[in-house]
Design a protein around this ligand. Structure first.
Ligand SMILES: [Mg+2]
Length: 191
């Protein structure tokens, strides 16, 4: 069956002359749904994390329920984190990097392989030991595929759609489930 991910990643591989590597793609509703023990059993050593609409909505209204606690537990279990954000508002990325105590790179220009290589070498891991977690197909899923990492796509937190999301958002992101709990972000804590 034709796979968009496979076709696009092969185009990238042709461009950069790299050999495709076996990687797996999974899907959950929110970050906290991911079983940390399962990640460890899969040989996961590091996690490349998206920020906007994965942890916090880009308009700073919503938080992914339980995300911060999940990250703390995953760190305690020995997983290394790195944030790659395409967001251009660096003060937000610095705020979340400090709050979560995770090194971050922004604007990362995902899905290009350079930022992923940087994060993987920071983790001193092989791409097959790294999971990319994010909400967007064309940045997080594609970037993971190109870099040989595994990927877990989460539902995108509600946010005002950009023009391209109005056109193609349903193909690139999974809508946040209506029946699912969502946390509002306490603006008082924000810079
Ligand atoms: Mg995102």
């Amino acid at each position: 069956m034709f796979s968009v991910t496979k076709a696009l990643s092969q185009l990238f591989f042709k461009r950069w002359g790299r050999k495709p590597q076996k990687s797996y793609r999974y899907s959950v509703e929110i970050l906290a749904d991911i079983d940390i023990d399962w990640l460890l059993q899969c040989g996961c050593k590091g996690i490349i994390l998206d920020l906007d609409n994965t942890i916090v909505s880009e308009d700073d209204k919503y938080l992914s329920p339980g995300a911060e606690e999940w990250i703390s537990k995953a760190k305690f279990a020995g997983l290394i984190f790195f944030i790659l954000s395409n967001g251009k508002r660096q003060h937000r990325v610095i705020y979340w990097s400090n709050r979560l105590d995770i090194t971050a790179l922004s604007p990362a220009k995902k899905p290009f392989p350079k930022p992923f290589k940087h994060a993987i070498s920071y983790m001193r891991s092989h791409p097959s030991q790294v999971f990319v977690i994010g909400d967007s197909f064309h940045t997080d899923v594609m970037g993971a595929k190109i870099s040989g990492c595994h990927c877990i796509q989460v539902a995108t937190l509600p946010h005002p759609p950009r023009w391209w999301e109005k056109v193609a958002g349903r193909y690139l992101q999974k809508p946040y489930p209506q029946q699912r709990e969502i946390w509002t972000f306490n603006q008082e804590n924000h810079i």
